[in-house]
Write a protein that binds this ligand. Structure first.
Ligand SMILES: [Fe+2]
Length: 182
């Protein structure tokens, strides 16, 4: 099968998406139990990453650490399951410790999702997760065919500068459970 990339780009630009998608925001890893600190150590040994934020994701039985390089994006987000039942640990038992998703900052997430749905793109949740009042809206696409990672679309509102809210990240993680990971 030949793939016509020119046609892919034209179709993408015609949809208006190129003006709505801004830049890479964060890279999220899922690692096996006990490997979060080792992953942080490796990154910090190679690059000037510094610990930025930590979150415990109760419903997904996971802990997530964000590390930042100076004031630049993308931030690296590393999640580790707290027990064998965790969605994160089940994912890692299936695929190993690896990149789970790449998140891209967008200007109007509802518009991006509506356009993508009309183009046949599928998402892990029916609706966008989060709200303007919470300062953040996010959604996951289904994993890519070859490298099996997810694309996240993310939009922030007001002065919110986080990468998720505890409620959002739980809903996002739980939305991936149906991918045969748990
Ligand atoms: Fe994310």
């Amino acid at each position: 099968m030949s793939i016509d990339l020119k046609h892919v780009i034209e179709d993408f630009n015609d949809s208006g998406l190129d003006k709505l998608i801004v830049k890479l925001d964060h890279v999220a890893y899922r690692v096996k139990i006990g490997e979060r600190l080792t992953t942080m150590q490796s990154m910090m040994n190679l690059l000037p990453y510094r610990e930025f934020k930590n979150f415990k994701i109760i419903r997904a039985n996971a802990i997530t650490t964000c590390i930042k390089l100076h004031d630049t994006l993308p931030v690296i987000v590393i999640s580790e399951g707290l027990n064998e039942d965790s969605i994160v640990e089940k994912y890692c038992q299936k695929y190993g410790s690896r990149v789970h998703h790449l998140a891209y900052l967008v200007k109007d997430i509802d518009k991006v999702v509506a356009i993508q749905k009309s183009r046949g793109v599928h998402f892990t949740s029916e609706k966008v997760i989060g709200s303007e009042s919470e300062g953040i809206k996010q959604i996951f696409t289904m994993p890519t065919e070859t490298t099996n990672h997810i694309i996240e679309y993310i939009q922030r509102f007001g002065d919110f500068d986080g990468f998720f809210t505890p409620n959002n990240v739980e809903n996002l993680m739980i939305s991936t459970a149906k991918l045969g990971e748990s």
